[in-house]
Write a protein that binds this ligand. Sequence first.
Ligand SMILES: [Mg+2]
Length: 253
Amino acid sequence: MRAAAFLAACAVGPLSACAPSSVTANASSNAPVTVTSSSAPTYAQTLIDQPANVGDAKIAAVDYYNSGRYLKDVGVVADAARTWVQEEAPRVSKPAIVLDIDETSLSNWPMTKADDFGYFPKGPCDALPAGPCGAEAWELSGKAKALPPMLALYQAARADNVAVFFVTGRREVERKSTTTNLLNAGYRDFAALYLKPNAMKVASAADYKAPVRQSIEARGYTIIANIGDQPSDLAGGHAEKTFLLPNPFYRVR
Ligand SMILES: [Mg+2]
């Protein structure tokens, strides 16, 4: 029972509903209500299982990023993928890796932080670090920076002649700006960039991405690693190993 509801019960209910100090009443079958003072009552927080609070989650996500733990965790996963790629590449024909872009190869933190974890597809993005920052405008600006551990993985893979394919949920209309952004961020000489057709609608990103990986395999490549920040980047097979990066900032189904 919330405090307001309890006070309402106290106003109209039996005496037990607004019992004085040190009296405990069962407001429901399994949850006590403890009144510690008749003048300034506090109520036990065990009446219900409190659901996750989005405000707390946002505070934790900002701390995760600002503390450096986010980049450190990205590094743990990227380094594991790098080790695997270096081991496996010499053992297969036409080795390749598949990389997602957002929060995998590029960081959108300036937009994410400015929008307080909201998502605004339309509108300008011309007041950073203040928001709001429209997602399309942000992506068209091509200002996203590489996640350094992922760029290191990319460069190591290319040094070992491993082909790199970017497979992203960004739309085909963003091909030019996305290509420019990748090049400016240091991702050069990649094999191909796959973007979602402008009109395509899918229930899950996996419904688009898994068939793309299948088509890469059909070209004779062996996808030894598929790396993304969303489970939907990795579902559907067509990779020897998958690597999931941390992302507490948003979810793509
Ligand atoms: Mg992503």
